[in-house]
Design a protein around this ligand. Structure first.
Ligand code: F6R
Length: 366
């Protein structure tokens, strides 16, 4: 059942090249290098009329939504707000006639996300669900459904569902951009081409699992860790930090690197372990200066950075390399080492990786 892997989580991490291909399958017009999403049954007029989008989800799906906001705003030029479902449902959000609510849920059964969907519908918003489970409550109640097709996810810590949710957001963002003509056709085609390279690039990163395992062993005694990033890398930091917390029980905090000086820097001392993500070329320089700041206080830094980012490589103690891609797509690659770090740390501590304490795979009560 685990295909020779020690745990479901490791099997699911290694399945990602395949699950990502499944998420894209049938949704790309190869000849035109365009995205097609007939299952959404949205007319071009409807897409053009969308004035605002809410993205609502919990946990890892929420972290995917943070990337989704960035992608949709950048490509389709539609303003997006993102909310944690348990907050959204009780805060009386403002809905207009042309608000689209996108709910994201691997299981399709999360109580707060389902309640948020109902709240949106009650207020006249149409709801698009991104879910991994066909026929789930969320899939049944939504007006439009995009299935992530990642296959069953057994480990409590979500991995392949997250990366498939990211692919779903890229497809959706490009599709909206095509319908709205907010992007040049050639730019769309170039992005579609880069998107299709991701599965092989993930495979390449998985080939470095042994180095990542060594790093994980080196952090297992830590009491606290920090993840730093800017922009999309900050959103991925949150996911890396959650993964580490939930299965290794090491406390970690993800921080937008520019916010450090406003408080968190006080926690950095001699030997503090920091993981710094830098995959966004326009933010490289800023990251180097943030890394220099923490190193000056004694931090030991692992950089997760693009292969050609030599300046960043020089600024850190160890580096984990990410192949070149379009900046918007980098989260899919950057999260892979973080999933492996969480996994191997948990294993080296002897924890129950697939069933961490206090947690359930599907949170059907609020
Ligand atoms: C973390 C994790 C959870 C889920 C969250 C939402 O690894 O799995 O944070 O992402 O409970 O679950 P779904 O996506 O099923 O709504």
């Amino acid at each position: 059942e685990k295909d020779g892997f020690d745990h479901y989580m490791l099997k699911e991490i290694h399945e990602q090249p395949r699950s990502l291909r499944h998420t894209m399958a049938g949704r790309i017009d190869e000849a035109k290098q365009m995205v097609k999403l007939p299952e959404l049954d949205l007319s071009p007029e409807t897409v053009k009329g969308i004035e605002k989008i809410y993205i609502v989800a919990c946990g890892t799906a929420y972290h995917a939504g943070m990337i989704g906001k960035h992608v949709i705003e950048n490509l389709a030029k539609i303003p997006v707000e993102i909310d944690v479902a348990s907050e959204f449902r009780y805060r009386n959000p403002l809905f207009g006639q042309k608000t689209l609510t996108v709910v994201v849920s691997q299981s399709g059964e999360t109580a707060d996300t389902l309640a948020a969907l109902r709240e949106a519908k009650r207020n006249g918003s149409s709801v698009l669900a991104i879910t991994n489970v066909v026929g789930s409550s969320i899939a049944r109640e939504a007006d439009h459904v995009m299935t992530t097709k990642a296959g069953p996810e057994i480990a409590v810590a979500s991995t392949k569902a997250y990366t498939s949710q990211l692919i779903a957001f890229y497809l959706l963002g490009i599709y909206f951009a095509q319908e709205k003509k907010s992007m040049e056709a050639s730019d769309c085609a170039a992005l579609v081409q880069e998107l299709q390279k991701l599965p092989d690039q993930v495979e390449k990163i998985l080939g470095h699992a042994e180095e990542i395992r060594q790093f994980a062993i080196s952090i297992k005694e830590e009491r606290q860790m920090f993840f730093l990033g800017r922009g999309l890398d900050y959103a991925v930091s949150l996911e890396g930090s959650l993964k580490l917390k939930e299965i290794s029980y090491i406390h970690s905090e993800a921080y937008p690197a520019g916010e450090l000086k406003h408080g968190t820097l006080a926690l950095i001392e001699e030997g503090t372990r920091v993981i710094a993500l830098s995959t966004q070329p326009h933010l490289h320089e800023k990251m180097v200066s943030n890394i220099t700041e923490v190193k000056a206080r004694g931090a030991v830094v692992l950089g997760v950075a693009l292969e050609d980012n030599v300046e960043l490589h020089r600024s850190v103690d160890e580096v984990c390399l990410i192949p070149a891609t379009h900046p918007l797509l980098a989260p899919v690659l950057c999260v892979i080492p973080l999933q492996l770090i969480a996994y191997y740390t948990s294993v080296s501590l002897g924890n129950d990786v697939d069933r961490p304490r206090n947690l359930a795979k599907s949170v059907t009560v609020e």
